[in-house]
Design a protein around this ligand. Structure first.
Ligand code: TRP
Ligand code: ZN
Length: 901
């Protein structure tokens, strides 16, 4: 399998001025007629002209209107080569036949429930027609679609619709012509044809232009598009307001499809979405799903500038568009809702997915320098760590300078294919201007900052505290290191903004005064209130450095250290802090992230102790008391209160157990979670009941109102059900038949681990109520597959035989197989049956859909962590998988995992 290397990047030997495509869609095949205006590149090396193609049947090929002689080109596996590249501008025209109706990969052109649709990112266009299919070749597209009028009344592509009509001589068939005035790479091309219902609205841009907005869904689904449409309008307004970026065409189309490999795709003016990220209202979607839909609609819309107008030179630059666009959608959500809770959610996601990836066999930098299958690099590292690195820049530069850098980036690179380096350069130039103008910004070395792009692994800060109680001085000695990752044994220090604060015994913020500073210098250096009271930012850029604070009150007891405030960088922080100090921060830290994080450290510790067979009673009593105070602290938002009480996720716990013990026993961690939940539910009965009673009054409020009350309800239900409360069990079960999907799913989650009649009845009721709605029924498949008792493998096999299970829908596969992989007791069964089952399923799926299969194969990436017995079984399953025929995608992942063996 070929490795693609960043170092091998060369510009293409030609450009494509214009692209003309004709699609003749038929039930049993499609003909694609493509004409390209090609212009040899200036300093053309004698490179051959290559046009990539997968599963294409070449019907004809012409150059400037003449059929090409057989000696003039060669068809090789995966490509068509022009043997004597033209020396002047020319027109290459090919006709190919393809089979979208049997395409199960969901790449290129395929049929989903009777609907023709495309997915071209990253390398799907080569499954449509012969093409270089590289993102640095931008071309103007004109597209004509011909199809059956009855089965495909709606014909869509990028840009503006120029004309439609019937086709003379072909009864029952019609056509549409679309023209996109903005040059774009092939991966942003899209086509949709089918019987779709349209919902319309309008948006007036800041310059007064009216944009037609259209959402296209399967007939019957129109009532579930209001939330998506409102989200789209909010996204458009937000990008104008915050970034000064306006939409650039007269129309914007959004299509929902059931069979889709990922969340959504930002094709120019024709965004295509997984239907689960469009169809929703309060009865059919949870609060979390409504927020996610809003953020993904925003994400794809924001790509219009960060991704489409400015695209990527090559796929090593993927984070240029993805990291930046995730950063933008996170700000969008924070601006519209609770910034505190959004930050916590994002960090929890990062710790439970990205930190794990960064510590395993598939670890890679946000700008990788090689890959085998690019689809494997749509990772949480590229997206979420990529976004964190942009946020690091924002933290170091401040909003004003960051936005100036952004404006420079857009003005320099609009209409081109850029690199991560181009983006950082724009930021550096903005910083240089600000520094030269004497702005109060910390200094740092941009060359060193760039290591964030090239080094994999999660940097770690080891902080030691030295307190001189007589002098009132505090020294924090900070050591920075990044663990070795595959192919990168040695790491250099990166630039880490560390925001911290000190909290006194009475909960009061203490001034952070450096030696030689005056009180007014301290005030000037203090960050704005969203970072908490009296916070300061320090640039950690050496392997070892000291932070010295003076002028603190002499006291035998050191002040509590609150950090990393706002999670100011994607790093792990290790510092000895006593339970009392952390409980103090959990009780009164003025900065919401660090306050939450103090609770997370305590919970992690309590759970790890339980998992290893001991109970730290003092610590748990401290947590009980802390949560009691939090429950009754009415002026903290409800969502935030609920976040403060949320347990760390299992991946994060596994990670901590591995660091502490060198091995992980997942079922023991799972049992520890249940046991601690039971204790908290039991000992906090009074306050939990009080809060639950007040939450009930807000249940009927509509998103985004009432979210916090429903969040808290979910936590309280799960704690009280664990503690054996029959009344709450009944209330949770009844929610399944109620008007709120959020509460229905909260009820099911609370009941999930308890083998009880209520649980079975509730799941059955949910199934019966929603069996006609695949998007919703997938949640049921997921819960069933995650059932922590009984014969898991047998249950999952039955689920896959369920009449409503759609084996061609990645959503359903992820629900069932993903649910099973997260089913700790069943997946990690000591006899290896869970692992073998997954290997068998991944191998079968890989034959049909490599993109989804290879993502699933990453469930084996931690095989070394689980103790000798399980590790051996997991390694066997990996080898079993490796011995079957695999796509390049899955082969790359399996080989990476096996490299550790
Ligand atoms: N670019 C898309 C996004 O982040 C995601 C994407 C990449 C994708 N490859 C895909 C979606 C393949 C579907 C299928 O918004
Ligand atoms: Zn994206």
């Amino acid at each position: 399998m070929a490795t693609v290397r960043l170092a091998d990047y060369r510009p293409a030997p030609f450009t494509i001025e214009h692209t003309q495509l004709l699609f003749q869609l038929h039930a049993d095949h499609t003909v694609v007629d493509a004409a390209f205006q090609l212009v040899p590149a200036g300093a053309a090396e004698a490179a051959p002209w290559e046009f990539l193609g997968e599963q294409l049947e070449l019907l004809s090929i012409e150059l400037d209107g003449e059929l090409l002689a057989a000696e003039a080109y060669r068809l090789e596996p995966g490509k068509l080569v022009l043997l004597a590249p033209p020396e002047a501008a020319c027109c290459l025209r090919t006709r190919v036949k393809i089979q979208p109706q049997t395409n199960t990969s969901l790449e290129g052109l395929y049929v989903s429930g009777g609907l023709f649709t495309t997915q071209c990112e990253a390398e799907g266009f080569r499954r449509i027609t012969f093409h270089p299919d590289r993102p640095d070749l931008l071309s103007r597209f004109r597209v004509r679609i011909e199809a059956d009028q009855a089965s495909c009344p709606v014909l869509l592509s990028n840009g503006n619709c120029l004309e439609t009509g019937v086709i003379p001589g072909e009864p029952g068939r019609h056509y549409a012509v679309w023209d996109d005035p903005f040059p774009k790479p092939s991966y942003l091309f899209a086509l949709v044809a089918g019987a779709l219902e349209e919902v319309r609205d309008q948006f007036v841009t800041c310059s007064g232009r009216t944009v037609q907005l259209r959402i296209h869904v399967e007939p019957g689904d129109a009532p579930f598009t209001a939330h998506a449409m409102a989200s789209l309008k909010r996204s458009m307004a937000w990008d104008e307001r915050r970034y000064g970026l306006e939409y650039d065409l007269e129309e914007f189309n959004l299509v929902a499809v059931r069979h889709f490999n990922m969340g959504a795709m930002e094709n120019k003016s024709l965004n295509i979405f997984n239907s689960k990220l469009v169809l929703a209202d309060a009865e059919t979607a949870t609060d979390a799903e409504l927020e996610r839909i809003e953020s993904v609609i925003g994400h794809e819309y924001f790509h219009n500038w960060t991704g489409n107008r400015i695209t990527c030179r090559d796929w090593f630059q993927l984070s240029l568009k993805e990291g930046l666009t995730v950063f933008r959608d996170a700000s969008f959500t924070a601006d519209l809702h609770s910034p505190e809770v959004k930050r916590i959610d994002d960090v929890a996601l990062l710790r439970n997915t990205q930190f794990r990836e960064d510590a395993g066999p598939t670890a890679h930098p946000i700008q990788p320098d090689h890959y085998q299958a690019i689809d494997n690099f749509y990772t949480t590292t590229i997206y979420e760590k990529g976004s964190e690195v942009i946020r690091v820049l924002h933290t170091l530069l401040g909003e004003e300078t960051f936005m100036r850098g952004m404006a420079l980036y857009v003005s320099r690179h609009d209409g081109t294919a850029a690199t991560c380096q181009d983006f950082v350069q724009a930021m550096e130039d903005a910083a240089e201007q600000a520094w030269a103008a004497g702005a109060a910004l910390p200094r740092f070395d941009f060359q060193q900052f760039r290591r964030w792009y090239s080094q994999a692994g999660t940097p770690q800060l080891q902080i030691e505290r030295h307190w001189d109680g007589d002098a009132g001085t505090l020294r924090l000695s900070v050591r920075q290191s990044t663990p070795a990752t595959p192919g990168q044994p040695q790491k250099e220090p990166v630039v880490i903004p560390l925001v911290l604060g000190l909290v006194g015994q009475g909960g009061d913020p203490l001034p952070l005064q450096l030696p030689g500073e005056h009180a007014k210098d301290v005030a000037a250096a203090t960050l704005p209130a969203e970072w908490g009271s009296a916070s300061r930012l320090f640039v950690i850029d050496r392997a070892e450095q000291d932070l010295l604070f003076v002028g603190l009150e002499a006291h035998s007891h050191p002040p509590a250290v609150s950090l990393p405030r706002g999670f100011s960088a994607p790093v792990r922080v290790a510092m000895e802090r006593s339970s009392n100090e952390l409980l103090h921060l959990l009780a009164c830290d003025s900065e919401s992230f660090a306050r939450w994080d103090a609770g997370q450290v305590l919970l992690r510790q309590a759970l790890l102790e339980r998992a290893s067979g001991a109970i730290n009673d003092e610590l748990e009593e401290g947590l009980v008391a802390a949560f009691e105070r939090i429950l009754l602290e009415g002026d903290l938002g409800d969502s935030y209160r609920s976040a403060l009480m949320a347990f760390p996720g299992l991946p994060e716990l596994e990670d901590a157990a591995l660091a502490q013990n060198g091995t992980v026993d997942p079922p023991a961690l799972f049992e520890a979670v249940l046991a601690l939940r039971t204790r908290l539910g039991d000992e906090l009965q009074g306050p939990l009941e009080t809060v639950l009673a007040s939450c009930r009054n807000q249940w009927q409020q509509h998103w985004p109102e009432g979210v916090g009350d429903r969040d808290l309800t979910a936590t309280i239900w799960s704690w009280r059900v664990a503690a054996g409360d029959a009344g709450v069990r009944a209330e949770a079960a009844a929610a399944v038949s109620g008007p709120s999907m959020t509460l229905a799913r909260a009820g099911l989650r609370a009941l999930q681990s308890i083998d009880s009649p209520e649980r079975n009845a509730a799941l059955q009721a949910f199934h019966d109520r929603w069996q006609e709605k695949p998007v919703i029924l997938d949640a049921w498949f997921g819960l069933e597959a995650a059932t922590p008792f009984g014969d898991g493998v047998e249950r999952v096999r039955q689920l896959m035989d369920h009449p409503r299970f759609d084996p061609a829908a990645p959503n359903s596969l992820r629900a069932v197989l993903g649910g099973f992989a997260g089913n700790v007791s069943q997946f990690h069964a000591l006899d290896g049956s869970g692992y073998r089952f997954m290997a068998e399923q991944i191998s079968a799926l890989d034959q049909r859909n490599p993109i989804t299969a290879s993502r699933m194969a990453k469930v084996f990436s931690r095989w070394q962590s689980y103790g000798s017995l399980r590790s051996e079984r997991m390694l066997e399953a990996l080898k079993q998988l490796s011995a079957t025929p695999l796509s390049p995608n899955s082969r790359e992942v399996v080989d990476q995992c096996l490299q550790l063996a």
